[in-house]
Design a protein. Sequence first.
Length: 410
Amino acid sequence: MSEPKKIVYLLGEVWDYAAILRVFNSYGNTTFISFQNPKTREEQDDRIPSYNIVSLEEKSVGVLLKLLRVFFVRPIRVAHMVKKLKPDVVMSFHDDANMTLCLVRLYSLFLFRYRPTFGVWVRNNPLLEHRHGLRAKVIFFAYTFLFGSMDYIITQTKENSATVKALLKRGAPRFFEFENPIDTEINNKLSCESIQEELEKKIQGKLCLVTLGRLTLQKGQWHLFRILKWIRENGINYHLIVVNDGDMLQTYQVFLREMGMEDVVTFVGFQKNPYKFFIKADIVLSTSLWEGFSNTLIEGLSLGKPIITSDCPFGMKEIVDPNRDQGESVTYPHFAPYGILCPPLEREVVLIDPGKAPLSESEMVYALALKRLILEKDLRDGYKARSKERVKLLDMESSKLRYKNLVDAL
């Protein structure tokens, strides 16, 4: 049996990738380079693997120093580390790490006498978030020119692969797809933790809805709040738990007060263990405007929860309907095998009570589909029964084998 390849991973700022780090680490002979000291949920796991992590221990700096660091200091430091480690494969995981690795690849032409294989993991398309300004131009340059210099590109969905291929202006790297793994054993264990007693009382005897995502433009929660106001006006009693925090928290709190909904929505902030909230859910919801491969939906499915989502790029179709031809159009709402798919939602932020500004066409389709899911217990039970079928394809053992096959093919 041949020796496993020596791998160096450039992780950037790692904040929430516990399961996939375990998969990466399972291959063996792997070193992780992180810009800062990595932050994961690993402290929740009493089987914490021993990662070989090298941190650049970067500190916050001003704009000019940050530009100098991003384009010169950081990639040169990483290039020297790679030169010393002499890996067979160098990969990056996270958008900021991808940019750095492109520059490392460039500098390696002058610093290395050997040729490792270089590749980037593209989790989503940052151009959907950064449409204007210098950062958007830099990202566009990276996607159209620098990524073409890589030996391979790994995405999480077929839809994302097609998008990146269309952006490339030069080069012909090989493409691979690798869906996020899910550790169902650990998720089930963490879901047994109790939630706050006050919150337990709020959801008692009510339909419990859960959404997880940073409170930012990308996650589109204003759509959800407007939809749920319509649901409430249709006589349905519920309580929504919002997991995570973000820049729009205060804006949303004011909006909910204006709509008289502050009593049916609880923000619990960032949680190292979101599974104790997921387990309480009758339905898990997403209103994202764009995603990579939605952990929120997969985590909900792993605990047997019905899910409903907007059909945003990338990969929501591939989660709820993995066997469908991704180029095939759907009629909304699409009651797929593993969840309900609703139309893409508008990017424009509308913080107006639906009584004054009626739901948009896409919001109304979502609202009607959600109402049906709430009222039809047989529909919910069917999704609960099928949810774990989808997750079996992403469990840790299957993912480790998929990852080994991927690395061996590089």
